[in-house]
Design a protein around this ligand. Sequence first.
Ligand code: NAI
Ligand code: UGA
Length: 445
Amino acid sequence: MKISVVGTGYVGLVSGVCLADVGHEVVCIDNNAAKVEQINAGKSPIYEKGLDELLQKHIGTTLLASTDLSKAVVESDLTLIAVGTPFDGDLIDLQYVKQVSREIGTALKNKDGYHVVVVKSTVVPGTTDEVVLPLLEEHSGKKAGAGFGVGMNPEFLREGEAIGDFQNPDRIVLGGIDDATRAKLAEVYAPFPETDKVMVNNKTAEMIKYASNSLLATLISFSNEIGNLCSSIGGIDALDVMNGVHLDKRFSPILETGERIKPVMTTYLEAGCGFGGSCFPKDVKALIAHGVNVGEPMSLLKSVIDINKHQPMQVMDRLRKHFPELEGKKVAVLGLAFKPGTDDMRESPAIPIVNELVAAKAVVTAFDPVAQEEAQKIFTEGRVVYCDSIEQTVSGVDAILLLTRWPEFKALPEILKGQGASPLLVDGRRLLPKDCVETYEGIGI
Ligand SMILES: NC(=O)C1=CN([C@@H]2O[C@H](COP(=O)(O)OP(=O)(O)OC[C@H]3O[C@@H](n4cnc5c(N)ncnc54)[C@H](O)[C@@H]3O)[C@@H](O)[C@H]2O)C=CC1
Ligand SMILES: O=C(O)[C@H]1O[C@H](OP(=O)(O)OP(=O)(O)OC[C@H]2O[C@@H](n3ccc(=O)[nH]c3=O)[C@H](O)[C@@H]2O)[C@H](O)[C@@H](O)[C@@H]1O
């Protein structure tokens, strides 16, 4: 099938590359000419494991990038919209979705035959039918359901695991205004015959995405609240608690073979310094705002955000327990990205923590295996000294704050031993065993 994908961010580019990999002919569209040029040169503008290799395999043959949206729409059978949907402080910001809908609508004027337009961006329930569809009709002069179909196909990939998640999805949600739209959309995913498909209307597809992200965010804030209580009571480790909770067969089912499905860590029940990223914070806030607009106060989700807002300061509280006065103290920050496997700094818990350290006049060294370039846009040189290795970052410091679960940081105890040093370790992600250093502080302990 000929597919055009508008937006070449995490979702658009990964979808485009993976759809080319399963045999479709794909054109990826972006209005950022520099990104388009980079993609056509076989270099991904984002850091994502395995993406460059797959891009290089298909670019120039079944995969192309372009700034020409109109040509790509006219020459394809189906268009996926994968532009950003940020939260503007009050509501979801639909400016990019609207802009692209107008442009696709205008392009459809010149197209003979049936075309399907599918929203892949995360949008609040009602957006596809009440915002995108009318703009497409207005600008194409055609009627939805006759000249073209309108669908909604939310994406569930995680950054850092994006290629694997796209290639091996848990489920595929196919929303549409009618059966013809859903049937065309299903053709896109024909190469995934084993995966469960959920055929619904557009609003339901939109809601599945928000319910999924909101549940995962709720589990994390729940775990953080329980973890904070464990710390205050004392003598309880939240890791043991969540392990005990997770062994309930309803969470870790036992198969007929007798084998228990048990995650390595208690998935989404890991207490830590809070969730970040471009999606959980903005999606939960957007759903709350949408709920309030339709008369639903969403009090549970408001608490989820409130707990998460304060969670990074749990790390600072543990640091101040040992160093009430931080001026002149040398503090190493290990991990700046919101999670491992990505250079994404959006809403990273490291941001409020580093800002607080700098405000308290601590001397801050920092290291992240891939996010340093992004971090330098946020904390300019001079406020933070960026280092090239874990060794250099922790050398001679009073305290270490571990903020991202990069596996590389497991080497820290050995490195400290080699340096003959025993600074305080505040493990904001519970990555290391609590007896790995002389003075250990962790969330949920
Ligand atoms: N990042 C993630 O892991 C996931 C994101 N999502 C959702 O997918 C959507 C996209 O997210 P990301 O890929 O992270 O966004 P992003 O911000 O990384 O990329 C969006 C791209 O759209 C382009 N763009 C904006 N306006 C345009 C226009 N008028 N014409 C052509 N291109 C335009 C931008 O230049 C940018 O390259 C959002 O709604 C997000 O919530 C869903 C699942 C996972
Ligand atoms: O809509 C989206 O954009 C995506 O949002 C999340 O994916 P992502 O933000 O990439 O990352 P996660 O691995 O879910 O982690 C999110 C944040 O939660 C934190 N987290 C995660 C799990 C946990 O137990 N505890 C915890 O604090 C992580 O450190 C990270 O900051 C969802 O997992 C994806 O399914 C979804 O598609």
